[in-house]
Design a protein around this ligand. Structure first.
Ligand SMILES: CC(C)(COP(=O)(O)OP(=O)(O)OC[C@H]1O[C@@H](n2cnc3c(N)ncnc32)[C@H](O)[C@@H]1OP(=O)(O)O)[C@@H](O)C(=O)NCCC(=O)NCCS
Length: 156
């Protein structure tokens, strides 16, 4: 798959997350979140059959990650992150397309997620994918304290 933004940019591929990706994904987490997931948290995911995680690779190098936890065919999208150097090139959307293809195969009936109320880029992407806001979790986030918007996408 090619990214938007110019022919000199590396090709992006998406595949399931592997142990070898985790060190680099953890670095991206640290650059992206005030309360990042640890490398151990990612390693634990690999042993959980109900967790499905993907990595985006630019010339084989991990540049983003996303995934869901499937509980009774409801998938909680609990992490979406892209390397700051690779943002706004469509990578999150490429990953989410792959995630939802997998969800279709896995029989996911609905997706849900929480997002910081100020995270306009993420909310824009989720709305593009058909998510709608169904509520607010006041002061859900720390560092800084902020409300979470709870979004759902239900299979019609
Ligand atoms: C949110 C995040 C994953 C998006 O990754 P990305 O690869 O840059 O996303 P994409 O390039 O696929 O799409 C970005 C979209 O947001 C839009 N956008 C960018 N900044 C925006 C802003 N301030 N307000 C509204 N939309 C914005 C872009 O125009 C683009 O939309 P378009 O394709 O309709 O033009 C990335 O910014 C990130 O890792 N942020 C830190 C971690 C995070 O917040 N994760 C989400 C937690 S819920």
């Amino acid at each position: 798959m090619n990214m938007r933004g110019g022919k000199d940019l590396p090709e992006i591929t998406v595949r399931k997350l592997r142990g070898e990706d985790i060190e680099q994904i953890s670095r991206i987490e640290e650059q992206s979140f005030s309360m990042p997931w640890s490398a151990d948290a990612f390693r634990e995911l690999l042993n959980r059959p109900y967790c499905t995680y993907f990595v985006a690779l630019a010339d084989e190098r991990p540049v983003g990650c996303c995934g869901y936890t499937d509980i009774c065919h409801e998938a909680n999208i609990d992490n979406v992150v892209v390397d700051p150097l690779y943002r706004n090139r469509g990578i999150a959307q490429i990953m989410l397309e792959r995630l939802m293809e997998q969800g279709e195969k896995d029989g996911v009936l609905a997706y849900t997620l929480e997002v910081r109320a100020s995270n306009a880029a993420a909310i824009h992407i989720y709305e593009k994918f058909g998510f709608v806001s169904e509520g607010i979790r006041p002061r859900f986030y720390e560092k800084p304290v902020e409300d979470a918007v709870i979004m759902w996408k239900r299979k019609s």
